[in-house]
Design a protein around this ligand. Structure first.
Ligand code: M3P
Ligand code: FE
Length: 310
């Protein structure tokens, strides 16, 4: 595997208004595994099929939204290589020592032009996916795959200002591809930008907003379209607020459901989508096809998609 540099979205830190309600949602309903609580009361979750200790951190606060997101990089040398390039791009870097974030090696932190706090780290304790690494088999023990049957953290969509500049950091400094974009048919302005560092249609995306640092959704991968319907059945059973019921995104071609946690943060579970390679051309959608770009099975433009963020 030739994937080096930034590997994947490894951690998202989300603010919730009520930790007891959030635990019910992310743990009991979605089925993520709670792995620890820190001294400040933040709660940590992992998905079953990730090897790293955790991928989601919840912090109780007076407002919902995202504190920061973090990409895991291939190794420590990658952090040293990237640091001067991020500085040369014009961003101020803060160093966070190993251990400040639990189970984690040192981190670089900076604020994107879109207003989001981003971190890079090379090491996080690996606790495994419960199958072991010698003759691992295919099915974990009963109860490991549960709730919405979430496999792993996949991507986040962030709302903010100056999304072209944020995307330029990802393409020019981090080596991502611009896999898709949604532009205004009138003026050509970027409305949403989708960026890939892998063979996925996107690993991170930005949507234009009048204010910086907004959070559109965090997304988790399911095995199949059947699992999307299974999650939708549970969402209905437990009266979880739905933003958009099962549908297929035109952008990325993923089968999706958007729903909300009890604090109003948008979550997504999805399955499918095409395979992206570095030589795949950038796909462009314009606002004459906004409905089909966003929800390709009914082509309905959802006002909430562009306006409801935390
Ligand atoms: C996703 C996804 C738009 C599509 C968004 C896509 C803005 O969130 O997971 O594929 O049209
Ligand atoms: Fe998504």
């Amino acid at each position: 595997m030739a994937l080096r540099g930034l590997l994947r979205l490894g951690e998202v830190a989300v603010r919730v208004l009520d930790m007891a309600e959030a635990r019910e949602h992310y743990g009991k309903r979605m089925g993520l595994h709670e792995v620890m609580t820190d001294a400040a009361g933040q709660v940590y979750y992992k998905t079953w099929d990730e090897h790293d200790h955790h991928c989601l951190v919840l912090r109780q606060a007076d407002s919902s939204g995202m504190d920061y997101f973090a990409f895991k990089v291939f190794d420590d040398a990658t952090l040293d290589e990237l640091e001067p390039k991020i500085r040369a791009f014009g961003l101020h870097i803060e160093h966070i020592e190993a251990g400040v974030y639990p189970k984690s090696g040192r981190r670089l932190q900076f604020t994107l032009p879109s207003g989001h706090i981003m971190q890079l780290y090379a090491h996080k304790e690996q606790t495994g996916n419960s199958l072991g690494v010698l003759n691992p088999g295919v099915l974990p023990d009963e109860g490991v795959i549960r709730g919405f049957r979430i496999n792993r953290l996949d991507h986040a969509l962030l709302g903010g200002v100056d999304i072209d500049e944020s995307a330029r950091l990802f393409t020019e400094v981090f080596g991502f591809d611009l896999s898709e974009r949604l532009i205004d048919a009138e003026g050509g302005q970027s409305l949403a930008l989708f960026l890939s560092c892998s063979t996925k249609p996107h690993d991170i995306a930005f949507v234009l907003q009048p204010t910086p640092g907004r959070f559109h959704h965090v997304s988790f991968l399911l095995d199949s379209e059947t699992d999307v319907i299974h999650a939708a059945d549970l969402i209905g059973k437990y009266r979880i607020p739905v933003d958009v019921g099962p549908n297929r995104h035109g952008v990325t071609r993923g089968m999706t459901i958007y729903f909300f946690d009890p604090s109003g943060n948008r979550n997504e579970v999805f399955s499918g989508g095409y395979v992206h390679y570095p030589d795949t051309p950038t796909l462009t959608w314009d606002t004459t096809e906004l409905g089909h770009a966003t929800f390709a099975q009914d082509n309905i433009v959802r006002e909430s998609f562009l306006t409801v963020l935390t």
